[in-house]
Design a binder for this molecule. Structure first.
Ligand code: HEC
Length: 136
């Protein structure tokens, strides 16, 4: 009898620990979005040019403007409906990130931010140049 009551307690404690871990995971998934440290070293292989920026603008208007807004402020028409606000690309938070971090985030996405792996690597790098043009 004793042993049985004891194991019930152990199970209850284990459930409590698991619930805390699961909840902690959910909460941290909404926290600051960090790219892995090794991607900071990645260098944009595309030289910045008018051609590259024109290509980026096309990609932006097709794929990003709905959420990130016409000026990249994170205020596109679809933003209001999202549980996590799209990043404001003009903000110091975004502009202080390394090119490789932005590239990694564009590639992998998180939550409502879709992964853009189906765009070519070059297309993703053009978007890094584009985001840099919004630096204030
Ligand atoms: C469906 C809405 C949506 C679309 C479309 C979208 N994004 Fe996002 N984006 C988000 C959200 C939401 C976040 C913030 C995610 C988070 O913090 O967890 C984000 C974050 C980012 C970030 C990270 C900025 C930072 O400082 O952390 C970059 C870079 C980015 N988006 C680039 C793009 C590019 C480039 C495109 C188009 C190819 C695009 N996004 C399309 C919703 C979107």
């Amino acid at each position: 009898m004793m042993a049985r009551r004891c194991s019930v307690k152990v199970v209850a404690a284990a459930v409590a620990v698991l619930a805390t871990l699961a909840l902690g995971g959910l909460v941290s998934a909404q926290g600051k979005w960090e790219a892995p440290p090794d991607v900071k070293k990645l260098k944009n292989p595309l030289p910045k040019s008018d051609k590259v920026l024109a290509q980026a603008k096309k990609i932006f208007e097709t794929n990003c403007v709905a959420c990130h807004g016409p000026k990249g402020l994170g205020d596109g028409p679809a933003a209001a409906a999202l549980p996590v606000k799209p990043a404001n690309w003009t903000s110091p938070a975004t502009q202080s990130e390394a090119d490789g971090e932005l590239f990694w985030k564009i590639t992998n996405g998180r939550g409502p931010m879709p992964p853009w792996k189906h765009l070519s690597e070059n297309d993703r790098w053009t978007m890094v140049h584009f985001i840099r043009t919004l630096k204030k």
